[in-house]
Write a protein that binds this ligand. Structure first.
Ligand code: HEC
Length: 145
């Protein structure tokens, strides 16, 4: 994804290398909640783990097994759990690190989204990557808020 952005804007090679280096440095300095910007098989494994945790922690009860917001008790909730595919509906940001934050802290005043501070950062991150993977590719994915 990152690579394609650079190619599209036709950046000079040295500049591209510099920006890649800065990108890597920024990633190294990040804290515990930062998304591991993994790719390929590692990311795929994280998403698989995330889906398993999503099921075993009862998220699907509200959010639905496919994350479409149609869980078994969704109709009892107001506001309703959102459809994770729709990037416009996230109140606290749609990037993986935002989602991990939402899982740890829950949502809103009297919101129906519980907080899960007891789940390890790694497990929250895996679920965040799973949810991120459900988002529609089009529109504003990558936009944050
Ligand atoms: C009791 C039902 C319920 C359970 C269980 C639940 N959620 Fe939610 N969740 C909600 C509702 C309702 C909202 C929307 C709240 C709002 O809009 O104020 C929400 C919102 C979210 C959001 C969107 C945050 C944003 O920025 O808008 C994420 C991500 C999320 N939940 C992830 C999870 C994960 C992961 C789990 C399991 C660890 C989980 N939820 C368990 C009901 C639930």
């Amino acid at each position: 994804m990152v690579r394609s952005i650079f190619y599209n804007i036709g950046m000079q090679a040295p500049l591209r290398v510099l920006i890649c280096a800065l990108w890597v440095l920024a990633g190294c300095g990040a804290g515990e909640e930062a998304p591991a910007q993994t790719d390929g098989p590692e990311l795929a494994a994280q998403i698989t783990t995330g889906k398993r945790l999503f099921m075993s922690n009862g998220c699907a009860l509200c959010h639905g097994e496919s994350g479409d917001g149609e869980g078994r008790i969704a109709h009892t909730l107001s506001p309703a759990p959102r459809n994770f595919a729709d990037v416009r509906t996230y109140k606290q940001g749609n990037q993986a690190e935002h989602i991990a934050f939402s899982i740890a802290n829950g949502l809103g005043d009297g919101g129906a989204m519980p907080s899960y501070p007891h789940i390890s950062a790694a497990d929250r991150q895996a679920m965040a990557q799973f949810i991120y993977s459900l988002q529609d590719e089009g529109a504003s994915k990558g936009g944050g808020e």
